[in-house]
Design a protein around this ligand. Structure first.
Ligand code: FE2
Ligand code: FE2
Length: 194
């Protein structure tokens, strides 16, 4: 897709770019498992990741427009969408090591995401360093820094129940539903001619 920054940044435009760059992840049933795990309060991990991707992208627009600093928006969005792909309920006290989840889940998420989607070095850095400064190794790339900041902001909003992302989550879910319905329709004639 075009790397041009929209003149007027709207939630609709952000949702469109987010879906376009992250659709291989968003349309994969494995990423939908994040809808069954909760992050802070009633926010699912999936909703949290979409929200983090949105704020990461907004900061990327600002950096590119204001300071002409180039951001790899494909890696940024993919890394943000998968940064908490740890796939377990961290509130479950019976899970071994749940009390050190804050330290261990970036590594777990990175391994899971690389296994299921294949990651480049920027995406690996984004996921494995997103808990900095809790985990002591700092982010290496600007994309990782953006996701680290967006993650803190979204966690704060979710903890205090401030709704900052329901529209973009709605749009992304709609795009997933439309894409799935379209692929099912396309599959019907193929089955009929088989
Ligand atoms: Fe996390
Ligand atoms: Fe997170």
């Amino acid at each position: 897709m075009s790397s041009a920054i929209p003149k007027k940044v709207t939630e609709y435009r952000v949702a469109k770019e987010l879906f376009s760059r992250g659709q291989d992840i968003l349309l994969d049933p494995r990423s939908q498992q994040m809808k069954n795990c909760y992050m802070h309060g009633t926010t699912t991990v999936f909703e949290h990741c979409v929200s983090v991707a949105k704020y990461s992208l907004l900061m990327a627009y600002y950096l590119e427009r204001k300071f002409k600093i180039k951001v790899d928006r494909d890696s940024l969005i993919r890394g943000a969408l998968l940064h908490d792909y740890f796939l377990y309920d961290w509130h479950d006290k019976t899970i071994p090591g749940h009390n050190i989840h804050g330290f261990t889940h970036p590594g777990t998420a990175c391994r899971n995401a690389d296994r299921d989607f294949g990651l480049n070095k920027v995406e690996k850095d984004i996921i494995s360093k997103h808990m900095f400064p809790l985990t002591i190794v700092p982010p290496r790339y600007r994309e990782s820094v953006l996701v680290t900041i967006a993650d803190k902001w979204c966690a704060l909003c979710e903890t205090f129940k401030v709704d900052v992302s329901s529209y973009i989550i709605f749009r992304v879910n709609r795009s997933i539903e439309f894409a799935n319905a379209r692929s099912q329709q396309e599959a019907i004639p193929a089955e009929q001619t088989a």
